[in-house]
Design a binder for this molecule. Structure first.
Ligand code: SF4
Length: 338
């Protein structure tokens, strides 16, 4: 079976060209075709010699994969579905706005983290995506030239698939790759501390941590990962890194009625986040089947936001997009599991 070139780093492409006795600059040319231009076959790499193309063609394919379906929301959000081998499918959400177009990508088929509020977590982990399968969600969309921001907030926990996620970030941000600014990419995690540390030390992309409550006991109930990686450990690790002015750390916070939207929560958030240059993104809860959790109402959501802002924490409410096609993060893949 032929191997895919798409998803390889420049270094890995260089190993291939060295093995085929091709000129040194060929790897860079191949990377250009893979990550900057609209081609789908080796035959289209027109600045490579005919012999080089033939040699590559014997063992390799480009390996791009078009989405199998697309659904478009009344607000313009599109949800793309990508088949992944025998294990299932992942979804990506394209969210066009006035000044930016964001793509939310997935990193795993299913997820083993079992967060109480998430449909993907109910599937269990089926497989982790390769770097190529992650970047393919961007590159194979008709809108790929228009994408300005990328968030790793789709299906799966990115730091449970660290190596492939780091490789995908290299391809997305390198000059030889897609050349996207590191400041336009956000990786979201539930806080797997050793992997988060590796990311903070080896990438300059933004970090978003799903916090959802400042209290350990509540977080253990909402997110079983908290039994292993506590809020205190997450905050301690973030404080060890000098994140500078350009790099952003944000905390994601789904607001549940009566559970995590009280004055007590405001005060504790202000206490634990003191000293971190960060923001909080409040998220409306889009209910899932068979859950005791209820989203807070709009009035209380605004009050919670204002109370946090009054404490000096920049707090925003994330706009809900693509609800009619279940494209909201955390709802991805609802259809297959309900
Ligand atoms: S919220 Fe994220 S980490 Fe938690 S179960 Fe869902 S996909 Fe996994």
């Amino acid at each position: 079976m032929k191997q895919k070139l798409f998803g390889l780093t420049l270094k890995q492409l260089q190993e291939i060209t060295i093995n085929l006795n091709l000129p040194k600059f060929t790897a860079k040319q191949i990377a250009d075709w893979l990550y900057k231009k609209d081609i789908t076959s080796i035959a289209e790499m027109s600045n490579l010699s005919k012999k080089a193309r033939q040699q590559l063609d014997e063992k390799y394919i480009v390996g791009l994969q078009a989405p199998s379906t697309v659904q478009t929301s009344s607000d313009g959000t599109k949800k793309y579905l990508f088949d992944i081998g025998d294990t299932g499918a992942v979804e990506s959400a394209y969210i066009p706005e006035d000044k930016r177009n964001t793509l939310c990508v997935s990193s795993q088929v299913g997820c083993k983290m079992r967060c109480l509020f998430c449909m993907t977590g109910r599937q269990g982990l089926k497989s982790s995506l390769s770097a190529g399968e992650i970047v393919n969600q961007i590159r194979s969309l008709p809108e790929w030239h228009d994408i300005t921001n990328i968030v790793y907030m789709g299906m799966g926990e990115p730091f449970d698939n660290l190596e492939a996620v780091m490789q995908s970030l290299e391809i997305l941000t390198a000059d030889w790759g897609m050349g996207i600014s590191k400041r336009k990419i956000t990786v979201s995690t539930i806080g797997i501390v050793p992997a988060m540390k590796h990311f903070l030390e080896n990438s300059e992309c933004h970090l978003a941590v799903s916090l959802h409550t400042p209290f350990e006991s509540e977080r253990k109930m909402l997110m079983p990962v908290s039994h292993v990686h506590t809020i205190a450990d997450i905050i301690k690790e973030i404080k060890l890194h000098d994140l500078g002015r350009q790099r952003r750390v944000s905390f994601e916070y789904i607001v549940f009625d009566g559970l995590n939207d009280t004055k007590k929560h405001v005060n504790e958030l202000a206490r634990i986040l003191n000293g971190i240059n960060c923001r909080i993104n409040l998220i409306r809860f889009h209910s899932i089947p068979k859950t005791p959790l209820v989203g807070t109402n709009e009035k209380k959501l605004m009050q919670f936001k204002e109370a946090l802002n009054a404490k000096g924490i920049t707090t925003t409410i994330r706009a809900s997009r693509g609800q009619d096609i279940d494209a909201a993060c955390g709802l991805l893949s609802t259809k297959q599991t309900s």
